[in-house]
Design a protein around this ligand. Structure first.
Ligand code: AMP
Ligand code: MG
Length: 267
């Protein structure tokens, strides 16, 4: 799994990252799904201790091209975790109020508190992705944001936040299939916007913008992981494995009772 981690300063070329890669677990879907189920149980337990201990904060950032699978990954990876202590923050087109503040204003206030795990479905990175591709702000402004983002994440990390950032990597053919599937299924029409087709035309510009994100903002305390995401089961497996490993590394413990419970009898 280490090979999916972007080293700080590493120069990533997305064209060289295989979105079809299924090497871990022998590339076997059956085994992968079994592993995924086991990891899900472990995650449920780890999240329970995280919540009980009220010490660490965990932030999971999900970014992808349209149809990259952010919603599916959230559904599958976090299946069965206790909704108490887990939150999803989705970042949409900013409101007028949000736009009248700095770009991190809406983000900072939904970062995790002690004991919480927060999943960002899109994030502050949109401000150097869609905003850059469409030139919603001029280059001199978005160019400075990579540094500001690194500082912001550093601040969160120094205050006890464990940060993992996952880029779900699909290719253009896979996007076509997934858009087509949405079009063909009336129950998925709510997810389909004609605007997605306009965005698709900007595929190369988006890939370039993502490369800059990966190259400039993968840090020791807030690393990017490039998740091969053409196969959904593998995508979920990679995210789960890295998340569970990271949470285990926090060595969390259920807290002792603050009172002495020795000899307590319940009548
Ligand atoms: P969805 O995730 O499909 O619900 O769509 C959310 C939309 O909000 C996407 O098209 C994003 O590009 C857009 N969005 C999110 N953050 C920003 C931002 N900071 N500026 C402009 N558009 C954004
Ligand atoms: Mg969408």
């Amino acid at each position: 799994m280490k090979r999916y981690l972007v080293e700080p300063g590493e120069k990533i070329k997305l064209a060289k990252c295989d979105p079809n890669d299924i090497k871990a677990f022998g590339g076997d879907k059956e085994m992968g799904l079994k592993a995924l189920q086991k990891l899900n149980g472990e995650l449920q337990e780890l999240q329970e201790v995280l919540y009980a201990e009220q010490k660490h904060k965990v932030l999971v950032v999900l970014q992808a091209m349209d149809t990259g699978g952010k919603d599916g990954a959230i559904r599958r990876v976090f299946e069965g975790v206790n909704p108490q202590g887990v939150k999803v923050a989705s970042f949409k087109v900013p409101t007028d109020e949000e736009l009248s503040h700095d770009f991190l204003w809406r983000v900072h206030k939904v970062t995790p508190a002690k004991g919480e795990l927060v999943i960002f479905n899109r994030s502050h990175y949109e401000d150097v992705l869609v905003v850059r591709v469409h030139e919603y702000v001029p280059k001199p402004i978005w160019k400075k944001r990579y540094d500001r983002i690194n500082e912001f994440e550093q601040l969160l990390a120094e205050n006890g936040t464990t940060i993992l950032k996952f880029f779900l990597h699909i290719d253009k053919d896979e996007q076509k299939k997934r858009l087509q599937a949405r079009l063909d299924d009336p129950s998925k029409h709510w997810k389909f916007r004609l605007g997605d087709l306009e965005e698709r035309k900007l595929w190369d510009q988006y890939q370039e913008a993502f490369e800059d994100v990966l190259n400039k903002t993968s840090t020791k305390s807030a690393p990017w992981i490039i998740v091969p995401a053409n196969r959904k089961w593998y995508r979920d497996l990679v995210i789960s494995t890295i998340l569970v490993e990271t949470l285990k590394g926090l060595n969390m413990k259920y807290p002792e009772s603050e009172e002495s419970l020795d000899g307590v009898v319940i009548e």
